[in-house]
Design a protein around this ligand. Structure first.
Ligand code: CU
Length: 190
């Protein structure tokens, strides 16, 4: 009883308060990003361990607003429909407009060149994140541009969209993108 007990009580309270302050200063300053940073670090180690390429860093703000599980749905479903369409028709070929295509010249389309039988069709899928066109011809100044096929400047081939064309005559048909004319490809019909 008396001052001794009160003294001890104050001491215990003081130590508790000090502990709380120390813990707050020690852990509190790490902040809310601590757990997500740990997660990223763990993923990096795991990817290295299993020989996977490092996680791509996403900076596109539109993509960051989309949950990861929904990010590739458009492209994936486009692949599914073109894959089944290709399987059902004789000589159906698929060409991708690859990510970053606008600076890739003749690597913008894959595979390039593409071989197709007479009567066969080619389906282009835009796997890039900007719109393109697939337009027959050697470039914007070709007087015959778009004669054989053209996905169109008014109906741009948006990301995830597809465009198909059936080839009826043999020959080598160059094509390009009207928005980025350095993107070039070739269809060989035989
Ligand atoms: Cu383009």
């Amino acid at each position: 009883m008396g001052l001794g007990t009160v003294g001890w009580s104050i001491l215990v309270m003081g130590i508790s308060l000090a502990t709380v302050i120390i813990l707050w200063v020690w852990i509190g300053h790490i902040g809310p990003t601590y757990s997500s940073n740990t997660l990223i670090h763990q993923q990096k180690i795991l990817r290295q361990h299993f020989g996977l390429s490092p996680q791509p860093v996403i900076t596109d703000p539109k993509l960051l607003l989309t949950p990861p599980s929904l990010r590739d749905v458009k492209n994936n479903t486009a692949n599914m429909t073109t894959a089944s369409a290709g399987a059902n028709s004789i000589g159906g070929k698929n060409v991708s407009i690859v990510p970053g295509a606008s600076t890739l010249a003749d690597k913008a389309f894959s595979p390039n060149p593409i071989n197709v039988k007479i009567g066969g069709n080619v389906t282009w899928t835009n796997k890039d994140n900007v719109a393109h066109t697939v337009t027959s011809g050697t470039g914007p100044s070709d007087p015959n541009k778009g004669k054989e096929f053209d996905s169109g400047l008014s109906t741009l081939l948006a990301p995830g969209k597809t465009f198909s064309h059936t080839f009826k005559t043999a020959g080598e048909i160059p094509y390009f993108c009207q928005i980025h004319p350095t993107m070039v490809g070739k269809v060989a019909v035989s």
